[in-house]
Design a protein around this ligand. Structure first.
Ligand code: PLZ
Length: 446
């Protein structure tokens, strides 16, 4: 394996000629529906760098949307995948099972919050796992309704589109959506300030608002599950006020409602804990994972209380590829890397470096309305000077400026005005600081 040099380097303008050629072929061959953040084609990636086909080396603050958390093509993963792919690529776990699947389930049962008996089931994508969590909750409770939250993102399949809040681009024109899905107000401290200080800072107050909507519009007797991202991802890296998640969990426990944590984006050390629920001592009934679980190989899971997970009838769950052996081998190597390389602590260090710098930037620039997030999941919300009015246009320009300068950043948020940072935990402090320097320069120029 050749070592990928860990430095930002621009050999051409962005995109370079090879990328442009490939983009022309893409437009002619790939559905317009599949968009791209950057028109740059990847050649190699690792550490904190993505190298493109023109020889440009970009600093990676995206991790392929929070997937390559331990670093792209991480050495243990590469080795485990090579070995597994040579032994066998697939048998279907439902036909002739294999140990790797069971070992991943054991690891998930051990690592997720809660010291009760657990079971896991493996799938391919985050959306597919979310759908299965809902199926499991429905068979367990013999109820149908599901509540998700404002700004939520749970996927692009039919049921998960219904759970997702934002119309454009995720739902627009793709209905009708699955029935029996209801939406409750989230705790969004930065934007709840307009409802008073208590609402913005006291999670229990925000939870009472949500619970009131749930009781009035759905009714606990009809409600199978509440699903929530402990820190919202696509919705804008929204960290709910302290106490919001515990109060919701309590209400669910008292009302025979399954509490599902969607940790697809927040899981596996990303937030400075193995799972984001741990920051508030929240123990979900079911926890959905994907993304960071296998360093980029497609794998997802539902893990939770044995009695809930065992509610579906035999062969009620499954799928041809769920828990593919190569993806499982990658997951086992990923988990080993997180544990033996101390990556949970590394995510917490990254939070320090980023927040120190971003808070200093915010003190000097009132277009940065909010700096928030946990671990290596940090964002800033961009507003019109000194107001809370979202500035999606400036956010887009800021992202584009970073891209041109060789830094991969992503945007998110209901109003498109959140610049988010998801560096791999394998990035060096030097590269991280350089990327923040670039960001500061781009913002100052705008
Ligand atoms: N739940 C919390 O963040 C995926 C979506 C990218 P899949 N987020 C990235 C896009 O624009 O499609 C996500 C998530 C949370 C579920 C999902 C869905 O996971 O693996 O993309 O299906």
């Amino acid at each position: 394996m050749t070592i990928l040099e860990q430095s930002r380097f621009l050999a051409t303008s962005i995109p370079g000629p090879r990328s442009k050629e490939l983009m022309d072929r893409k437009v002619a061959a790939v559905s317009r529906g599949i968009g791209n953040t950057m028109p740059v084609y990847t050649a190699r990636a690792g550490g904190g760098i993505v190298e493109d086909v023109d020889g440009n080396r970009l600093i990676d603050l995206g991790s392929g949307i929070a997937v390559t958390t331990i670093g792209n093509a991480s050495p243990r993963v590469v080795e485990a995948v090579r070995k597994q792919v040579a032994d066998f690529t697939h048998t279907c776990f439902m036909v002739t099972p294999y140990e790797e699947y069971v070992a991943v389930a054991e690891a998930l049962n051990r690592l997720t919050p809660g010291d009760f008996e657990k079971r896991s089931a493996l799938f391919n994508s985050g959306s597919e796992a979310v759908e299965n969590a809902v199926k499991i909750a429905r068979t367990y409770t013999h109820k149908q309704a599901v509540v998700s939250f404002d700004h939520a993102y749970h996927g692009r399949t039919n049921l998960t589109m219904a759970l997702t809040a934002k119309s454009m681009p995720y739902k627009h024109g793709f209905g009708p959506f699955a029935p029996e899905i209801y939406r409750a107000p989230l705790s969004y401290p930065f934007r709840d300030a307009e409802f008073g200080k208590e609402m913005a800072t006291d999670g229990e107050v925000a939870a009472r608002r949500a619970i009131s909507v749930i009781e009035k519009q759905v009714g606990a007797a009809n409600l199978a599950a509440v699903i929530i991202e402990p820190i919202q991802g696509e919705g804008g890296f929204i960290v709910p006020a302290d106490g919001f998640l515990p109060a919701l969990l309590d209400w669910c426990a008292n009302n025979d409602v399954v509490f599902i944590a969607d940790e697809v984006q927040t899981g596996f050390a990303r937030t400075g804990a193995m799972f984001a629920c741990e920051h508030e001592g929240v123990v979900p009934d079911l926890i959905v994972t994907a993304k960071g679980i296998a360093d980029g190989l497609p794998l997802s899971a539902v893990t939770g209380r044995a009695e809930i997970m065992d509610a579906p009838h035999v062969s009620g769950l499954g799928g041809t590829y769920g828990g593919n052996p190569v993806a499982c081998a990658a997951a086992l190597a990923t988990i080993e890397t997180i544990e033996s390389d101390g990556l949970v602590a590394r995510a917490a260090q990254i939070e320090q470096v980023m927040k120190d710098r971003l808070h200093r930037m915010q003190a000097e620039d009132d277009r940065i309305g909010d700096v928030r997030g946990r671990g290596a999941m940090i964002a800033m919300e961009i507003v019109k000077s000194g107001t809370t009015e979202p500035d999606g246009e400036l956010t887009g320009k800021l992202a584009a400026g970073c891209h041109t300068a060789g830094v991969i950043v992503l945007t998110c948020g209901t109003y498109g005005n959140v610049l988010r940072f998801l560096p791999p935990l394998s990035i060096s402090d030097d590269l991280l600081i350089e990327a923040l320097d670039v960001l500061a320069l781009v913002l100052a120029d705008l």
